[in-house]
Design a binder for this molecule. Sequence first.
Ligand code: ZN
Length: 333
Amino acid sequence: MQKIENFWSAIEKMPALKGIKAHWQEYAGLDYPLMEMILRPTAQQSFAYPCHMPKECYYPRMVIKEEASLYAICSNYPRRCEKVSLQNEDVIVYECDYPKLSRIIADAIGAHFIFSPTEYPFTFRIGTKNISVYLALVNDSAQLANIITGIYASIKAPFILLFPTPSLISHSVEALCRATGCIGMALSESIGKCSSGKLVALCSIRDALLNNAKSNPFPDGAAWHDIKMQFRDGHTISITCKSIQIVANFTQLGMVNTKNGEPTKQWQLLKILGESEGKLSWKNSAANERWQKQKGLLSKNLQDYFGINDDPIVWDSSERCYRTKFSILAEGD
Ligand SMILES: [Zn+2]
C-alpha cells in the first residue's frame, strides 16, 4: 500500500472543503488525480485565483472578465506578476463529494456503506459492521473531541471515528477514546492506494472492524436454534447460547437510532415477537406492509450481531405466520 498523505492533508486544509481546481491541485500535489475523483462542481465561481509568487504578491490574483474572456490579474498596484488567461472551468468552485468519498472509505475498510450526515459540520456516519463508522472531515482537535463526546452521548456505544491526519490527535481526544472505547483513526495512516490506484486500508483498521464484529462472546458455529432470548426490561435482553449467557442492550445489538439514541423499530418488533413467543401474524395488509420491511431489517441486525448467515425469521406457511428460529420470551415469562 502506498500512502497518500497529501490527499488527506488537502482535505484537512481546504477551507470548507471547497475551492477551484488550482487550489485543490496546490494542496493535493501528486495526489491530485485521486482528489479529482471525489470532487464535484458547485454553482459557485471564484473571484480569486492563486498567484505563483505568493511571497512577492501576498494577495491572490483577481479574476476579471474582458469582453468574453476571463483573466487573472495581480491584486497589487503596480502589478508584480503577469496576467494569465483563464477558462470558465478554472473559476468553478469544486467541493468534496462527501457521499462518494464516504463510499470509497467504507469499501476500503470493509464496512457496509451507509451515508447519513450528523448534526456536526463535515461529519457523517458512513458505515457499519456491528460497530458504527463515522467520518469527521475537520481540522481542529477541540472540534474532534466535541464530536466524540456528542456521538457517544447519543448512541451510547463505542464507534470508529475516522479523521484526516494525526495532527488532530490531542490529549483530550486520546483520553475520550480511552474512556468511551471509541477507536479514533487518522486516514493518512490507515488508508492508502494500491498499484491500480484503488483506495485500500491497512490491516490495522480492518482488524479493528473485525475484532468489533466479534462483539458477541458466543462460540463459533452456533445456529439459531442454539439461541434463547428473554427480555429483562424495555432496553435489555438476556441471551443464552450453548453454555454462555449474557445481557445485552438494544445498542449492542445494533438497534439504536443514531439520531436520538432511542431503540429502533426493529427493537420494537423483537419485543412484539417476545410477547407472542416468536410468532408474528398479521390481521390486515396495512400492518403487514409496515412490518415487512422491519422484519427484513431485524433479520439483518440479528445476522450481523450473531454472525449467523441464514434468516432467523421465516414464514411458516402451515400456520400462516412468521416464526423465529431462535426462542424468545417477553419480560417475566
Ligand atoms: Zn501575483
